[in-house]
Design a protein around this ligand. Sequence first.
Ligand SMILES: [Zn+2]
Length: 401
Amino acid sequence: MYPYLSDGQRRSPDYQASPVFHKIADTPSGRVADLHKECLIWLLDHELTREAPAIQNDSPQEAVPKASVRPSQRKKADEIKRLEDKAGHRDAIDEDVKRLWQEHKNPKEVAKTIDVERLNPDTLAFYRPFHYHSTRPGALFPAPASDWGIYLWADKLLAYGGRMISRSRNIYSFTPDVIMALVAFEVFNHEFFHHIVECAATSLEVVSAGFGSPKRIFFDYTDKGYWHPSDLGVHPHDPLEEALANAYAYNSLSFISRIKAGYKTTAVKLYQELLKKRWRYDPPGYRHAKSYIDGAYVSGAAQLLAMLTHSADLDPSSAMLISRQVLLNGNSAFYMKPEVPTFIFGTPEAVEKFYELVPAPMETYTQLFWPTNTSKLDDAIQARKAAEAAAKKALAAKASA
Ligand SMILES: [Zn+2]
């Protein structure tokens, strides 16, 4: 363990392990939520948090009265099975397969035919950082972690999804439940990126304490770096975090469509084409998402790291390396997607209606789940793909003969 110490040195009464090891060893290694709670207390003690009104409380005058909030919870396997049985199969009628195949082959062309006004995800949902604490009575969580998490606004999501549904009636793969699932997935993943950034800032705060007094990373960044020009200059895609959050949602969709080609991959590709087409109408920052999709994300994440550390001296390659592998990826968040406290809120009717269209929200925003079984359509797409590949091969063989 200590190869640089001889046995004699280690046994010597002059050698003592630092008390920090004992302190850590004596601390229970609990669940993430327990460790996070301790971390929040530490942040509070070091004045790295800020007081803010409770999001959820008993007053009907507040923006999010507790009565209209429903926490999103993981469904049990038998509940999922019941939803799937109720939704049933989508048949693979020839005419439908033909339309789906067209959408599968030319998502970009098909997306051009859908004319829908876009709203950016932060108008449909928001992320409440855990750096805000509330001591007001009625808060859902005890201080300091009051009310942190992702809030999906049912009324707005339904209105937005509804417009998209009415504008894409001629699109085979866009049924109302599929559109709502895609919107919920996109919006959740956008907000989840804000959680990733807060976790990266917190990691730097915790570690910076080891080099002296802890640095105030999160609020310095949100106050000075997120939007306002700083001595690093103005980022051309200000606020960069929003461009990256939009791109993160897009990239999360790509991850979903890595499965075998079929109905779901068609719907995802079409939705991604719509995003690329409509981002340009988003507010500043948001509208630059296209610069950070796929592999370009890493460059954006490293630039965000320069903002978080408020440094003009980061080594570009090293900053990209740690952004991708350590600080700014989905696995570096303190909570994985299903564990982030997520709430559906709005008027009781809207929350009810949202659950009708998206009956298992958590499974939907993490895995793009919808209950309808499309395996017959998936098989039909696979068969078309195989037939096309065989035809191409035969043609090539004929040409070379
Ligand atoms: Zn955002």
